[in-house]
Write a protein that binds this ligand. Structure first.
Ligand code: G4P
Length: 527
């Protein structure tokens, strides 16, 4: 299958992670501009949930409409097919981002040079680490008076537990920002503030010791740059692509996204070093992208944009083989046979109907409620892909049905919202109580509003004193049964029927671990 191999070799599927406000949206837009995928600035801007005094869920609903088209932005650049997957920046939607990260092959991490490594970046890096996802770092906003670059690099190493290797180096910063020296391509890239053009003023500069450097940046800056480059070459081992691909070292670029600065070299390096689609583990074996048979999994569901039609778009990451429209595929869960005629691919800003897709691509399948997050689809034989875990939520509330006449609608609505991954549902065996768990407080408003609007069901939420939902495993079935029996009041089941221990506090959880050494608790559903 030469065609298949070639298609795989040219695909680069990635996501951008950052703490809100570091510049993810701006960088996304600039990458699309440089990639030739969009012509005007401002195209991606709307994809951001800004907190207003107005009701938050209204804003979210509006964003939900926009975000279908920005979920995946595909474009061609230097012979590569690039798929950029959008990750919600707002921390309340962190679960969405975690799941999207299961569908990418690498990430670009944006860091604000004034603020350094922030909390959301730390959390997202933990998720990247679970799969050793290769990370490229972009230190942004160099047009501001930020922190010392060496200090920033040290902070990345310490807080994110990854080695770094600068591939570009800033010349000055803030008001005195002159540009960067690109160590990867040995070029001098001079900064012109406010420049709206999308071509950088790049000067080839093999030898940093050439006296010409003074002509470009002046004596003082030249001396400082030479000194710093010497230090970098002394301190950091030479860049190793293998280490990057193993997720061990993050190459670092400096720039200013809003000024179109440093983005081009980031993209040029990205297409040279970023990984093509890799093999993935299923419960039974490793699936290699070049296998002829199609396999893929659902990592995101977008539902009910039009309340009159219960339509959903399920986002599938193609993992192996060629996906074809109108062909029968199996869903691993209950081994159901399915066929999709309405298949969408995503190009920046546009959706288009397509007939086929290759590993690394994301396709949107119109679905009437048969698919849920984590579902695996396959052609002839398959088992579920691993690595799409649920994470313990942080806020827990009991669902109180306020309208007994609408119990059925409530059940259906809750099930569908959970399939979409809006929140997680835990059901206590005792008393059949239903607990909704989320990462952020906003989701409760969203759920309440959507249950009412889309299903006609009214609910209230009763806060629960729960610290974490812990998936449990035991050395033996007997140990498990004993634990479940003795802690029955605190045991619930997740969407897949797995046992979850609802711990009330950290201290209590510790006590449980001490008292039941044969039981292991986990904060994710896969272990
Ligand atoms: P996010 O998606 O990571 O949340 O960040 P976003 O790109 O929206 O950027 C956050 C703010 O930082 C924006 O300003 C944006 O213009 C600004 N920004 C991005 N890159 C740079 C840069 O290189 N230098 C400087 N100085 N600022 C940068 P805002 O005022 O919040 O929004 P806007 O009114 O400018 O759109």
């Amino acid at each position: 299958m030469k065609g298949l191999e070639q298609e795989i070799a040219r695909r680069r599927t990635f996501g951008i992670i950052s703490h809100p406000d570091a510049g993810k949206t701006t960088l996304t837009e600039k990458l699309l501009l440089f990639g030739g995928a969009i012509n005007t600035a401002g195209a991606v801007k709307s994809n951001k949930i800004k907190m207003h005094a107005r009701s938050d869920w209204m804003e979210i609903e509006k964003q939900r409409g926009i975000s279908v088209s920005t979920s995946v932005m595909g474009f061609e650049y230097k012979g590569k097919k690039i798929n950029l997957l959008d990750t919600p920046g707002h921390q309340d939607f962190a679960e969405d981002t975690f799941r999207t990260l299961t569908a990418v092959d690498s990430v670009i991490m944006v860091i604000d040079c004034v603020k350094g490594v922030e909390i959301q970046t730390e959390k997202l890096m933990e998720v990247c680490r679970m799969r050793n996802t290769p990370v490229l770092a972009f230190i942004n906003k160099l047009d501001r008076e930020g922190r010392d670059p060496f200090e920033l690099l040290d902070e990345i190493e310490q807080k994110l537990n990854i080695k770094v290797r600068p591939l570009s180096w800033p010349i000055g910063m803030g008001k005195s920002f002159r540009g960067v020296y690109n160590l990867f391509e040995k070029r001098l890239n001079l900064f012109e503030p406010g420049k709206a053009k999308i071509t950088d003023n790049q000067i080839e500069f093999e030898d940093i010791n050439s006296p010409e450097l003074e002509d470009y940046i002046g004596e003082n800056a030249a001396a400082e740059l030479r000194e710093e480059i010497e230090l970098i070459e002394g301190v950091y081992p030479e860049f190793s692509k293998t280490e990057y691909l193993n997720g061990e070292v993050a190459p670092v670029f400096f720039g200013s996204a809003v000024n179109n600065f440093g983005v081009n070299e980031l993209l040029n390096c990205f297409v040279q070093i970023a990984p093509e689609p890799k093999s993935r583990e299923t419960e039974e074996r490793e699936v290699i992208p070049t296998e002829e048979d199609f396999t893929g999994f659902v990592f995101k569901i977008h539902a009910n944009m039009d309340p009159k039609h219960r339509n959903r778009i399920a986002f599938i990451r193609v993992c192996s083989g060629k996906f074809e429209r109108n062909k029968f595929y199996h869903r691993v869960r209950e081994n159901q046979k399915m066929r999709f005629s309405n298949v969408t691919a995503f190009m920046a800003q546009d959706k288009e109907i397509i007939d086929e897709a290759y590993p690394g691509d994301i396709v949107g399948l119109y679905d009437t409620g048969n698919l849920k997050i984590g579902d695996t689809l396959f052609e002839s034989n398959g088992s579920n892909f691993k690595g799409i875990p649920a994470f313990s939520p942080e806020i827990f509330k009991e669902v109180i049905n306020k309208d007994a006449m609408k119990t059925k609608q409530l059940e259906k609505g809750l099930r569908q919202l959970m399939d979409e991954g809006v929140a997680q549902l835990f059901e206590y065996e005792m008393g059949a109580r239903k607990i909704v768990g989320t990462v952020g407080a906003l989701q409760f408003e969203v759920i309440q509003h959507r249950l009412k609007e889309e299903y006609g069901a009214s609910v209230a939420f009763q806060p629960q004193n729960i610290y974490k939902a812990c998936w449990v495993s035991a050395k033996s079935e007997k140990d498990m049964n004993e634990f479940i029996k003795s802690k029955r009041r605190h045991i619930a089941k997740d969407k897949d029927g797995k046992y979850v221990f609802m711990a009330e506090s950290k201290a209590w959880l510790q006590m449980i671990q001490d008292n039941f050494p044969e039981i292991t608790v986990h904060f994710t559903s896969e272990f």
